[in-house]
Design a protein around this ligand. Structure first.
Ligand SMILES: Nc1ncnc2c1ncn2[C@@H]1O[C@H](COP(=O)(O)OP(=O)(O)OP(=O)(O)O)[C@@H](O)[C@H]1O
Length: 268
């Protein structure tokens, strides 16, 4: 078997926030190979967002090692810049600039690579505009380039968020509850799009979700955080009811009886 290079590698990683006594991540060991499409489950507050934020250096572990695309995460600007150029984030609330058009929002993904004066003055080349347009086409929004971001629907905004992420030419996409504000059909469309991008371009995709049914439908791999560690790590189709019990009903029952709501619906 050919050994796959890893995109992300956590080794015994601990993380905490300032002013918090207890660690959030307590010895995370996790290897994500290149081109994985991996979904992260876990009860609210278990550290899914924290795990994603560690990967692009928004928060830093205090112990253990974390490598991203072969680069060891360290608290120096040069390393951070390198890692941030390889990782793009997609957010639950889209984080678009409302007063800009869809096209301009996509171009925002290219700003780190642009000369400072052009980025400051908003002077974009025809090539950059054409690339942004082709990315809008890729996410199905070719005709919405001139639409202000605040005039788009939630699903359209998230598609612009995905196009903006792609404009960064990332090797890894980190999506933090990207469908939490969307209806089920639109949500499925967004996961479908991320899957297509993963398959077509080989970009590693890591998504935190609360929807077990969608995690099972789309995740090639499903991991779950519990008490600061990776409690469950399953390939597509292997997640069991017992796993779901462990993820959501351990330590007393925060969510009522497991049964119906966690097997099929949204939890969090
Ligand atoms: N900036 C912060 N400062 C202090 N504590 C924080 C900060 N961000 C998150 N936390 C705490 O860290 C823990 C993990 O939060 P995190 O957002 O990573 O969990 P999550 O699993 O993504 O939750 P959810 O599913 O509700 O989004 C929580 O107890 C949260 O209160």
């Amino acid at each position: 078997m050919i050994k796959q290079e890893s995109a992300i590698s956590f080794k015994n990683v601990y993380q905490t926030y300032k002013g918090t006594n207890e660690a959030i991540l307590k010895g995370v060991d996790l290897t994500i190979p290149k081109s994985d499409f991996c979904i992260i489950l876990g009860k609210s507050g278990m550290g899914k967002s924290t795990l994603l934020r560690c990967i692009n250096g928004l928060v830093l572990p205090y112990a253990g090692t974390l490598s991203v695309c072969g680069i060891l995460l360290k608290k120096d600007n040069a390393t951070m810049r390198k890692i941030r150029r390889k990782t793009a984030m997609i957010f639950q609330e889209y984080n678009l600039v409302n007063r800009l058009t869809a096209l301009e929002n996509v171009i925002c993904g290219m700003l780190p690579e642009m000369p400072f004066h052009r980025a400051m003055l908003g002077i974009f080349t025809d090539e950059e505009k054409a690339r942004a347009l082709s990315l809008l086409k890729e996410v199905g929004l070719e005709e919405f380039g001139n639409q202000r971001a605040d005039k788009l629907s939630g699903g359209q905004k998230q598609r612009v968020g995905i196009a903006r992420a792609l404009a960064q030419n990332p090797q890894i996409i980190l999506a933090d509850e990207p469908i939490a504000s969307l209806d089920p059909v639109t949500a499925g469309g967004i996961l479908e799009l991320l899957k297509k991008i993963n398959q077509k371009e080989g970009i590693t995709v890591l998504i935190s979700l609360h929807q077990i049914d969608l995690a099972k439908a789309y995740g090639d791999r499903i991991i779950a955080l519990l008490d600061g560690k990776i409690e469950i790590d399953r390939k597509h189709g292997q997640l069991t009811k017992g796993d779901i019990d462990r993820i959501y009903n351990s330590q007393g029952d925060h969510y009522g009886n497991l049964s119906q709501n966690t097997m099929n619906g949204t939890v969090g």
